[in-house]
Design a protein around this ligand. Structure first.
Ligand SMILES: [Zn+2]
Length: 349
């Protein structure tokens, strides 16, 4: 019987065990994907280093993509956009699979539904496996949001669709109309760079990026930023703030730069940290709005994939993955990502 390998991550030992199992067979509505590529997201790195606690042991890697290998007997034969599915199609899938009847799903917040299944975050057991990207296969569960993507999209770019790009698509939705507006983006990591590109396409007239690292500021310019500053030097007044750094001082500082009626969208602070001080009077008199976003919804994901299909060659998305490793060197990949802090490390399968 054909087998597949999975890198089982044990948080207690901070180690990967490469285990071979029989190739899974999709049952019912499941789909089997042959994983092609995974990019390591900062939440993977925080789980690896122990800053985040996830189910243990697990199969990490949720920014993943692959090719359709097999369909369960009751699986849908079309993707989320109604495109017919065929064996060998290139696929991306949302990080969560949520019960559709859950009140949160019904309210457009499937990422907060009770009983959701989250790829790259579940406990690996003998009954429940093949749910992370750092393995030869992913078994896509019922209620997964699956999109077929054209073969012209570079695989390392596609891998980022279902976390960084979809999250920023959600942030742009919450920010509202951008045409002719001034946008301040805090942080030029992958989220910030995608934010530059999406703000540009949405018609923002001024896109200012605050980022302490020089080579990231240079990349921000290539992704559409009109001005870049170090943290201390930024000044001005902005209609929209997209906060991707997650640093409390950055959230406080950028709130002070909101214009009358300004909207701040916070997506970066997804790890434990100190509380943020907000001037209530300034918020009230300035008619400001602050919105938080964790993950994204179905429409955000569809828009993210559409955005990449339309614009992946207009912006230098190929510069985001700075180093690649094979699956067998997963440990080296994580260490490199944590020490060298590239925008993304890629793992190919
Ligand atoms: Zn992620």
């Amino acid at each position: 019987m054909k087998k597949g390998t999975a890198a089982i991550f044990n948080a207690d030992k901070q180690s990967f065990e490469f285990s071979s199992f029989p190739k899974p067979q999709p049952r019912g509505q499941e789909l089997l994907v042959r994983n092609s590529y995974v990019t390591l997201c900062s939440s993977d790195l925080k789980t690896y280093s122990g800053e985040r606690k996830e189910a243990n042991p697990t199969i990490l890697g949720h920014e993943a993509c692959g090719h359709l290998e097999a369909l369960g007997p009751d699986a849908a034969v079309v993707d989320e956009k109604g495109q017919p599915l065929h064996i060998g199609d290139r696929l991306t899938w949302a990080v969560f699979a949520s019960p559709k009847e859950d009140p949160q799903s019904q309210a457009g917040r499937p990422q907060k539904a009770e009983g959701l299944f989250k790829y790259g975050h579940e406990k690996h057991t003998s009954d429940c496996s093949w749910h992370g990207g750092l393995a030869d296969y992913t078994l896509l569960r019922p209620n997964s949001i699956i999109i077929k993507v054209k073969d012209s999209m570079p695989i390392p770019v596609l891998a980022m669709a279902n976390c960084a790009v979809a999250t920023m698509a959600g942030a742009i939705r919450l920010a509202g109309p951008m045409n002719g507006m001034s946008v301040l983006i805090a942080g030029a990591g992958t989220l910030g760079l995608v934010g530059c590109a999406m703000s540009k396409v949405a018609g923002a007239s001024k896109i200012v990026v605050v980022e302490p690292v020089e080579h990231r500021r240079a990349k921000a310019s290539a992704f559409g930023a009109t001005h870049t500053y170090t943290t201390e030097s930024v000044a001005g007044s902005f209609d929209i703030v997209l906060e991707t750094s997650g640093i409390p001082a950055s959230m406080e500082r950028t709130l002070e730069l909101l214009s009358i009626g300004g909207r701040a969208i916070w997506v970066g602070a997804v790890f434990p940290q100190r509380k943020v001080e907000i001037g209530a009077e300034q918020l009230i008199r300035g008619l400001h709005t602050i919105k938080g976003l964790h993950n994204y919804n179905r429409l955000d994901f569809i828009r993210a994939v559409d955005f990449l299909e339309n614009y992946h060659s207009r912006f230098p998305f190929n510069l985001i993955v700075e180093k690649e490793f094979p699956l067998s060197e997963a440990k080296e990949a994580f260490k490199y990502a944590i020490i060298e802090k590239p925008l993304r490390v890629g793992i190919f399968l």
